[in-house]
Design a protein. Structure first.
Length: 199
């Protein structure tokens, strides 16, 4: 009987102490300050890692898109004018008809125009040959604006070679046009028009 009373008393005592411990608002782990400071520094370390990881992710995305645009084929063309002697009138655009190279299909031999598929810096080059006794006065055009006037005299075999570096917007056109007057010119595969996107 005495033993049972003792056991009962112990159970009641443990129950009271246990309840008191459970009812306290303070988390048990707060009782260990070392643990708390460890937890704080661990939390800060993870936050630092997260923000560094986000920076790396966005830098990687930038590098990826740059690599992608770099590895895309860039427009490039070469067209040769095979016509013999052609009488050009004011406003005529030379249709360099024999397309040797046309990566991206941005040059049209039916219009004689190169149309920029995207914004960028482009190089153009070409040679035009006059048909004596006519001189040959042409314009390299950028979307309706003359950039330069390739000019060859009416001396047999005279030619003009032009080069141009142009900043184009998508949709800009570049072509060779007779700005005024009427003159003959040689195709004969002497006259050519070429270009490519630099960057
Ligand atoms: C060539 O044509 C342009 C535009 O019409 C004109 O300004 C220029 O004087 C011409 N050049 C020659 C040498 O005729």
């Amino acid at each position: 009987m005495g033993l049972l009373v003792h056991i009962f008393a112990a159970i009641v005592a443990l129950n009271l102490v246990g309840r008191a411990a459970l009812q306290t608002d303070q988390p048990v782990l707060d009782l260990f300050p070392e643990f708390n400071s460890l937890k704080t520094s661990y939390h800060q370390t993870i936050q630092t890692f997260q923000s560094e990881f986000q920076t790396i992710q966005s830098e990687l995305a930038t590098v990826k898109s740059k690599l992608q645009s770099f590895s895309e084929p860039r427009p490039a063309f070469l067209a040769v004018w095979t016509a013999d002697t052609v009488a050009l009138r004011s406003g005529d655009i030379i249709k360099f008809n024999h397309v040797v190279t046309d990566i991206g299909n941005d040059y049209s031999s039916s219009t004689g125009k190169f149309k920029a598929p995207k914004q960028g810096t482009y190089f153009f080059g070409g040679t035009v040959v006059s048909a004596p006794p006519d001189p040959l006065n042409l314009s390299l055009m950028k979307s309706g604006t003359p950039i330069m006037n390739p000019y060859a005299t009416g001396t047999q075999g005279d030619s003009y070679t032009f080069t141009a570096v142009l900043q184009l917007n998508a949709g800009d056109t570049v072509y060779v046009q007779k700005p005024s007057g009427a003159e003959k010119a040689y195709g004969r595969s002497h006259s050519i028009f070429s270009g490519f996107m630099i960057f």
